[in-house]
Design a protein around this ligand. Sequence first.
Ligand code: ATP
Ligand code: MG
Length: 310
Amino acid sequence: MITIQHLRKEYKTLVAVDDLCLHLEEGDIFGFIGPNGAGKTTTIKMLATLLRPTSGTATIAGFDIVREPEAVRAVIGYMPDFFGVYDDIKVWEYLDFFAAAYKIPTERRHHVVQDVLELTDLTGKRDAYVEELSRGMKQRLCLAKTLVHDPKVLLLDEPASGLDPRARIEIKELLKELKSMGKTILISSHILPELADFCNKIGIIEKGKLVISGGVQEIMRQVRGGRVLLVRVLDEPDRAIELLETMEGILSASVDEVHSAIRIEFAGDETAQHALLRRLIENGVRVQSFDEVQTDLEEIFMKVTRGIVS
Ligand SMILES: Nc1ncnc2c1ncn2[C@@H]1O[C@H](COP(=O)(O)OP(=O)(O)OP(=O)(O)O)[C@@H](O)[C@H]1O
Ligand SMILES: [Mg+2]
């Protein structure tokens, strides 16, 4: 759905985006993570056809962002990082205005506005003035605006920035709903755990370069050099560790006090993981639970940006 090829943007002497390549399938939810000034907004603006790349290009739903910007605009919904100021305009008028700009016929507009208001939980604010909305509501309204033409692809630049925890959760719920509608979403953030539970892919950008990208679990493995397993046993953890140390693919095994479990760094694949559990049980270890530790994006981010992964 999105293919980025060697995308580059220079501002005078500064290279804001450098040789960026990325491929996203339909339905992918891609978390675009990076510190301030990394080049997230610049990349998203190029994809949204608002900024011309210095070189390289990208296609969205098969349309080229440089050669076919109009066609690209019809299939994307872009949410900028800053919400513009709109005086003397009501919520429904604001949405109606954008629906008209997307050439949605007058007779359908009423319906469309109602639908997006409902989706973003703003029905009660239909007749309020935009400037009277709270920040969280404005953010939701901005998201509603990006949805009026039912785009296949959403480009969201930090949709949850500056929101309180509750408003964050609301935005997150909304994003999950959009995900279930089959949209392809590229979402930027520097708040990592926020993206963890609904992104299937992530990429980390630093100083204009995509330092790492791929499936969340894959990246985790790459960064850690293996997967981490937590095994709880009813008794004799030391004996279990001794046994583990004789097995193949074990990078380390030790007692994890925090989880009161054995923490194993493991280099094997799914089949090897299964074999590991079987051997423990066959050797009389009383396994109570056996878990693969889920990704901690924060940890990935710190490692990647500290240059641990090259
Ligand atoms: N219009 C511009 N002219 C010159 N330099 C710019 C311009 N816009 C951005 N930059 C520079 O390009 C780099 C990337 O900026 P960008 O806004 O893309 O970062 P970002 O990852 O979105 O950061 P943030 O997390 O703060 O939003 C920064 O060094 C920034 O100073
Ligand atoms: Mg930005």
